[in-house]
Design a protein around this ligand. Structure first.
Ligand SMILES: [Zn+2]
Length: 209
């Protein structure tokens, strides 16, 4: 009797866990992603709301390689791009935690490529920082009305999985390198003003921005 009860309990627990997360995403995250069409922006998470802020400070999980190209991840990528291109609040980069999905995905506008396309990267990591530092202004879709001046590496080497799940490495320079550093920070729960409060740069309030 006890043994069968234990087995029943284990089966129930396994079913519960399966309903909570299938692959890279939880059931609630899938529902959130699929609640709108691909061209519809998602709600932007900002530091102004406590629950949003907590998620923005949580390190993102890696995307499972087998899920890259799946309907849900493709849909999420398109909705992240729609959010980044939203005319109400246009950005040059976005990370999945900024739309409430704690997963390692970023979109970056490639100012270093012809036509300046916006591209999607899975599990991006910075594997080398160059010594040369550029100081410049940054803003963040999740930190409304502020801009800050801070230093970032002029050139970086990154690794990521592409749309086919293949591991790629790439050297990135200039402004595009700044965007990658800003967005990859988001995946670690780091916001740009953390670098400022670390003692370098300044933060200013801008009423209309
Ligand atoms: Zn940001």
């Amino acid at each position: 009797m006890k043994k069968s009860f234990t087995w029943q309990l284990m089966v129930m627990l396994m079913c519960f866990l399966a309903s909570c997360r299938s692959g890279s995403l939880s059931r609630a995250e899938v529902d959130m992603i699929m609640s709108g069409e691909a061209h519809v922006p998602m709600r932007l998470y900002t530091i102004n709301q406590k629950s949003d802020s907590l998620l923005l400070r949580t390190p993102a999980r890696d995307v499972k390689k087998k899920d890259i190209g799946s309907e849900t991840i493709e849909h999420l990528s398109k909705r992240m791009l729609a959010t980044m291109h939203d005319t109400l609040n246009t950005g040059v980069g976005i990370a999945a935690p900024q739309v409430g999905i704690s997963l390692s995905i970023i979109c970056v506008q490639r100012f270093d490529k012809p036509g300046e396309p916006s591209e999607v990267y899975y599990n991006p990591k910075i594997i080398e920082y160059g010594d040369s530092i550029n100081s410049g202004q940054e803003g963040c879709l999740s930190i409304p009305n502020y801009r800050g001046t801070l230093g970032r590496s002029h050139n970086i080497e990154i690794s990521y999985l592409d749309a086919l799940g293949k591991l790629q490495t790439e050297n990135i320079n200039d402004f595009t390198a700044i965007i990658f550093q800003h967005e990859i920070d988001h995946l670690k729960g780091v916001l740009y003003y953390d670098h400022i409060t670390g003692g370098f740069g300044s933060l200013v309030y801008i009423e209309e921005y």
